[in-house]
Design a protein around this ligand. Structure first.
Ligand code: GLN
Length: 200
C-alpha cells in the first residue's frame, strides 16, 4: 500500500498531541504513514495532507506568512484545521482583525471567539458522526454558516462545530474544538478521506 505523508504545522499550538493522534490513527487503520512537523515552506512540498492545530489565528497567519508558506499551504489537497486552524481554512470570518487573512479554502463562515474569553473555555459532550464525544473548546470559534455542498459532522446542541467539504479532488475538514485531546476519531476519519482522495 502507498504510504501517506501527513504534515502537522508546527509553528504554534498543540503540535505533539496532533502528531500522536495522527500516528495512532495510522496504526489503527494499518496504513503506512509518515508524520512530519512542518516548520518551513519546503516541508509542505511532499505532503498528502496537512493538519493545522489550534493556537491564535492572526499569530498563525503571521508566522506562516513570515515563512512564505501561505501559497504553498493552499496547494495541499487535504487539510484538517482545528480551532484557529478552522479559522485559517474559512472563506468568511466574523470579528476578524483589520488585517486578518485566511487561506480562504472552505465555504464556511466562522465567528471568531464567539464562545467568549479564554476563561470561558469549556469541555462538553457533543454529538458527532462518530458517536458522542467529549470535546474541549478553548476560546473557540462558532461555525455560523456552511455552503450547500458541505456536510456537518458534529453539533454542540444546535450549533455546528465540525464539518467537511469535498471540492474536485480536494478535501477539507474543520472542527471548532480540539479532538486531539479527547478522541482519535476525527484524525482516523481524516486519514481515511485522504486515502480515498490519494489512492481513489
Ligand atoms: N481564539 C483563537 C483565534 O482566534 C482560536 C483558539 C484556538 O485555536 N484554541 O485564533
Amino acid at each position: 500500500m502507498r504510504s501517506l505523508t501527513v504534515g502537522v504545522l508546527a509553528l504554534q499550538g498543540d503540535v505533539s498531541e496532533h502528531i500522536e493522534a495522527t500516528k495512532s490513527a495510522g496504526t489503527l487503520l494499518k496504513i503506512p504513514i509518515t508524520v512530519i512537523s512542518v516548520r518551513i515552506a519546503g516541508d509542505l512540498e511532499t505532503l498528502d495532507a496537512l493538519i493545522i492545530p489550534g493556537g491564535e489565528s492572526t499569530t498563525l497567519q503571521k508566522l506562516c506568512e513570515r515563512e512564505g508558506m501561505f501559497q504553498k499551504m493552499k496547494k495541499v489537497k487535504n487539510i484538517f484545521g482545528t480551532c484557529a486552524g478552522a479559522i485559517l481554512l474559512a472563506k468568511e470570518v466574523l470579528h476578524k482583525t483589520s488585517d486578518q487573512k485566511t487561506l480562504a479554502l472552505m465555504n464556511i463562515e466562522v465567528d471568531r471567539n464567539a464562545y467568549g474569553r479564554q476563561n470561558e473555555s469549556f469541555e462538553r459532550v457533543i454529538e458527532t458522526e462518530f458517536g458522542q464525544m467529549n470535546a474541549v473548546f478553548i476560546r473557540a470559534p462558532k461555525i455560523r454558516t456552511v455552503g450547500k455542498k458541505l456536510k456537518v459532522l458534529a453539533r454542540n446542541g444546535t450549533e455546528i462545530v465540525a464539518c467537511e467539504e469535498r471540492d474536485g479532488g480536494r478535501y477539507y475538514l474543520a472542527t471548532c474544538f480540539h479532538p486531539e485531546y479527547t478522541s482519535g476519531a476525527f484524525h482516523k476519519y481524516f486519514l481515511e478521506q485522504t486515502l480515498r482522495e490519494v489512492v481513489g
